[in-house]
Design a protein around this ligand. Structure first.
Ligand code: SAH
Length: 349
């Protein structure tokens, strides 16, 4: 028999309240259930202990709670935790919890696989299977918040959309998840602690700039020269750098937040003076800072991180131009949990 129960997390608070009213029960029970579902992140009607057994049975008869399950988690030598997250239809994404001295950051996935074709990223070898629903994104955060408390005695301090997928190609669901993370009836986490990383889709960047919910924006730039960028990120042919720049200036005008450029330096790809000059020029055209990222080697690729000397040349040029620059060291490389390494290696799906 086909399962006809509705996934209760697709309902708004009002709809859950209306359900109780239709059963001649008070509206406040709907609010209690909503709180269990979102604020407390409960996946089990039986654990909603301030409801009567009768109400819990009523809910079980009418609804289900579709949720993610952790299939396996691996812990890196540096403390990074990688979760293989099984979705209700048995497909798997990965999410990563990264502890540092001051922070615990959750890196979440927004799509199963990815439709982009960045040559340096292992996830791009997977086809995009489907978008994640808002609750599947939210669950990753809830789950890692619990993990963070268990392993590191503190809740999550930051959330980054830097896992599998391109968040701006799953726009509505990512935004709905961010709203839930943000709102007091959800996790109640400040949007300043949330960073969305995009490969740079100008039209969508303008769209998020117009939204009421604010968060930080990072753009995977990797080259400020169109011909070089197209080689390593072929989809960028459709999104020229001048359009990207235009959308980022729009973002700044609307949000007053600097964009962060994520940038890996590879030997023979973007390690020349001409590349550095182009980046400095680009950064001067929009309020921005640069996060140089350590390259995490992936299988079947000959790309190699540039020498320390080349990286220093970038550092000095950006410093001289008064552009803030940081270097992000790789985390969780030994368990393939680092940037660009999320590829479901264990083939759990
Ligand atoms: N699709 C989004 C988010 C996912 S990738 C985006 O493109 O921004 C998160 C970051 O890791 C991006 O900046 C991406 O360019 C970078 N990245 C991908 N593969 C990498 C690798 N092998 N080593 C280091 N960084 C990588």
């Amino acid at each position: 028999m086909k399962n006809s129960k509705k996934d209760i997390r697709r309902l708004t608070k009002k709809e859950i309240q209306e359900f109780f009213i239709s059963k001649n029960s008070p509206k406040y029970k709907g609010s209690q259930v909503y709180e269990w579902l979102w604020k407390k992140g409960s996946h089990d009607f039986d654990l909603m202990t301030n409801l009567s057994f009768k109400d819990r049975a009523l809910l079980k008869d009418n609804f289900e709670i579709k949720h993610i399950n952790i299939d396996l988690h691996q812990i890196s030598l540096d403390g990074t935790i990688k979760n293989a997250v099984k979705l209700h239809d048995n497909v798997v994404v990965e999410s990563v919890l990264i502890p540092t001295q001051k922070r615990t950051t959750a890196c979440v996935s927004s799509q199963v696989g990815c439709s982009l074709d960045c040559t340096f990223c292992a996830t791009s070898t997977l086809n995009r299977v489907r978008n994640l629903n808002p609750d599947e994104i939210y669950d990753q955060v809830i789950l890692m918040n619990k993990q963070s408390k268990n392993y590191f005695n503190r809740p999550l301090s930051n959330i980054v959309f830097m896992g599998m997928g391109e968040p701006l190609l799953n726009y509505n669901n990512v935004l709905a998840a961010i709203r839930k993370i943000n709102e007091p009836e959800g996790l109640g986490m400040s949007s300043r602690r949330i960073t969305l990383s995009t490969s740079g889709i100008p039209k969508m960047i303008k769209k998020i700039a117009d939204e009421d919910v604010k968060f930080r924006l990072a753009v995977s730039l990797h080259s400020a020269r169109q011909n070089v960028r197209e080689k390593i990120m072929p989809f960028a042919k459709k999104f020229p750098l001048d359009e990207l720049l235009d959308s980022l200036n729009y973002w700044y005008i609307k949000t007053r937040k600097k964009v962060t450029f994520e940038y890996v330096i590879w030997e023979g790809v973007n390690d020349k003076k001409i590349d550095i000059d182009a980046l400095v020029k680009f950064c001067k055209m929009v309020p921005s800072k640069v996060n140089l990222i350590q390259y995490n080697p992936i299988e079947n690729s000959s790309m190699k991180e540039a020498s320390e000397e080349s990286i220093n040349l970038y550092f000095n040029a950006l410093n001289d131009a008064k552009i803030k620059v940081t270097y992000r060291c790789s985390r969780g490389q030994d368990i393939d949990a680092a940037c660009g390494q999320l590829v479901n290696k264990l083939n759990l799906a």
